[in-house]
Design a protein around this ligand. Structure first.
Ligand code: CO
Ligand code: ZN
Length: 336
């Protein structure tokens, strides 16, 4: 499982540019599913056939947050626009890798000490640039152009039970789906594994996959906060290593009570540790599913993750394995 997570998080594929990760996931799924296809928006949809005539949809978004070059100045420094929710505070000082493997450092303008203080306090993309080591515009233009995409630099860390990498959001969900597909022998319902595109820019892929499939239940598998750090939120107390969470609500959606009850029963029946999650912000593809067609019952299973949308997102392997068990058991028993 660790190797699978490393392979998936090492791939650079920001929203709208999911070709690399699509290829990687296809390879991992080979021989483990009955059908596999890609739709017009690039969603990778794999199916494992059941016998009940019902449909269970498991979703993980395969895109990641990133950057796109918006300007190259005369001295060869780049300006970038963000793709998805990137905090300038997370970005400053990090390495960003562009298509073709060109690496750069995110630096900040400051002509005076006063500027330094002021810019740090109100940090935004206007005062950040990316330095790819080019000596002038021509050198930079030989390496990247306006419209070249980038991501945080890969750098998987195996810290024992805890794993750290860029893009755990949501390659960890992709790894869970792949593992379920590999272990699942006799699904009750048809199980649709949807590796969706462009979640980070507005649940784009999931919305059309939902319309295409119209499942009886859709479950987004994604990351949530890991609030168990020094002075972490007083209002959310779920912890890394205490099990995957069954989401009750976040800012974008309220999980269907059908989903919450069904998932809870499966977890309890199989003695799988889990936590309930009320997230004070954020959202997942569950919202994209709920709002599609005549409406779809949907919910989210999450992996508690520290430092979400930073270059170093941390998860606990036990939560990941718990999620695999839970979703596999649900797929074996069916939506009901
Ligand atoms: Co995200
Ligand atoms: Zn996500």
């Amino acid at each position: 499982m660790k190797e699978l997570i490393k392979r998936l998080t090492d791939v650079r594929s920001p929203s709208g540019r999911e070709d690399n990760i699509t290829e990687a996931i296809k390879k991992e799924l080979e021989g483990n599913v009955d059908e596999i296809r890609t739709d017009n928006l690039g969603n990778l949809i794999a199916v494992k056939k059941g016998s009940s005539g019902k449909k269970l949809l498991l979703d993980a978004h395969m895109d990641e947050i990133g950057f796109v070059v918006s300007h190259i100045d005369d001295n060869g420094f780049l300006r970038v626009e963000t793709v998805g929710g990137v905090s300038p505070y997370m970005m400053l000082g990090t390495r960003i890798v562009f298509d073709g493997g060109v690496a750069g450092v995110a630096g900040m303008e400051a002509e005076s000490m006063k500027d330094t203080t002021e810019n740090i306090k109100n940090l935004d993309l206007d005062v950040l640039f990316v330095d790819i080591g080019a000596r002038n515009k021509e050198e930079a233009e030989a390496l990247v152009s306006i419209g070249t995409f980038g991501t945080y630099e890969p750098g998987f860390v195996d810290a024992g039970n805890r794993l750290i990498s860029k893009s755990m959001d949501d390659r960890i969900g992709c790894a869970i789906l792949i593992q379920v597909a590999r272990e699942l022998e006799r699904p009750e319902d048809d199980v649709y594994f949807v590796f969706s595109t462009q979640e980070e820019v507005g649940l784009v892929g999931a919305s059309v996959a939902a319309f295409d499939i119209m499942p009886d239940l859709a479950i987004a598998v994604d990351v949530t906060a890991g609030p168990d750090t020094p002075k972490g939120s007083k209002r959310m107390k779920f912890k890394l290593g205490k099990g995957p969470t069954i989401k009750i609500k976040d800012r974008a959606s309220i999980s269907s009570s059908f989903f919450v009850d069904r998932m809870t029963k499966v977890a309890k029946d199989h003695s799988i540790p889990f936590q309930y999650e009320v997230l004070l912000y954020g959202g997942t593809n569950a919202m994209g599913y709920q709002l599609t067609g005549r409406g779809i019952r949907a919910g989210t299973v999450s992996i508690p993750t520290r430092y979400v949308h930073s270059p170093h997102e941390m998860v606990d392997l036990d939560d990941v394995l718990g999620a695999v068990k839970m979703l596999k058991a649900l797929a074996e028993e069916g939506v009901g």
